[in-house]
Write a protein that binds this ligand. Structure first.
Ligand code: KIV
Length: 275
């Protein structure tokens, strides 16, 4: 089934929604073939692909480059692309123009941006331009400097109320869904029950309408993962094992043998004529 923002939204209260990040075409194809509802080209790209310490240096061109690749591997999943830091913070004209590039050039079906009440105007402007928006509140990684680190949010009454107000503001501005990241599980459940749009949790407990994980965390490719990550594979170890076995084979003269080589019938004669 083809997933759209309408089918995604209509799932609220029915089946749990699933979303996984991807940054290349092959990974997107595997994710898509499992029937995962949405693929997110996250700006986590900076940390899990580009080797950066945070997401702050990821550019719009980086996102376009990777989202184009992911679009080529995506058939049925809803393709959501992150707006990176400083691409929706200056003014709404710039926000709409930048989001427009993710739709027109990168072939995303929707954009995601971080922030609550303060960014409701941007969400409204994008919605008016027919660009579907997924919100993202709670532990928003682009605010790592003002948070003073990657810390769980919403741990006091005032902090929890701020997150609730953010969720309502983004919903009222027209977002079709919202990511809740790094908040207490019961707060995630409360927001989910009190919103009309689906919530997608990452470190926000089991009661969200759906879940998202970063693909490297899910596969076990990252060195360390946060508490909320369940590893569904040990692909990092499998990769390392394969690379070491290849090196040993080549150095032992065991690869490539005849079965991995091209053999032409008249080869001896050809070789004999070489000067
Ligand atoms: O960039 C990203 O991968 C994200 C997810 C963690 C939701 O925003």
């Amino acid at each position: 089934m083809k997933n759209t923002v309408s089918t995604f939204r209509a799932q609220k209260g029915l089946d749990k929604l699933t979303m996984v990040t991807a940054y290349d075409a092959m990974t997107a194809r595997y994710v898509d073939e499992c029937g995962i509802h949405a693929i997110l080209v996250g700006d986590s790209l900076g940390m899990v692909v580009l080797g950066l310490d945070d997401t702050l240096s990821v550019t719009l061109d980086d996102m376009i480059h990777h989202c184009k690749a992911v679009a080529r591997g995506t058939r049925n999943a809803l393709l959501v692309c992150d707006m990176p830091f400083m691409t929706y913070h200056v003014n709404t004209d710039e926000t709409v123009r930048n989001a427009g590039r993710l739709i027109q050039e990168a072939r995303a079906h929707a954009v995601k941006l971080e922030g609550g009440v303060d960014f409701a105007g941007e969400v409204r402007a994008l919605t008016r331009a027919s660009i579907p928006v997924m919100g993202h509140i709670g532990l928003t990684p682009q605010s790592v400097l003002s948070f003073g680190g990657f810390k769980v949010q919403g741990k006091s009454i005032a902090a929890a109320q701020k997150i609730v107000d953010d969720a309502r503001a983004i919903q009222d501005a027209g977002a079709f869904s919202i990511v809740l990241e790094g908040i207490p599980a019961r707060l995630g459940g409360w927001i989910t029950k009190n919103l009309e749009i689906p919530t997608i949790g990452i470190g926000a407990g089991p009661d969200c309408d759906g879940q998202v994980l970063v693909v490297q965390d899910l596969l076990g490719i990252t060195e360390r993962s946060p508490k909320f990550v369940k590893r569904y594979g040990d692909v990092g170890s499998a990769m390392k094992q394969a690379f070491c076995a290849y090196k040993e084979d080549v150095q032992a003269g065991q690869f490539p043998d005849a079965s991995y080589s091209y053999n032409v019938e008249a080869e001896e004669e050809i070789i004999a004529h070489l000067k």
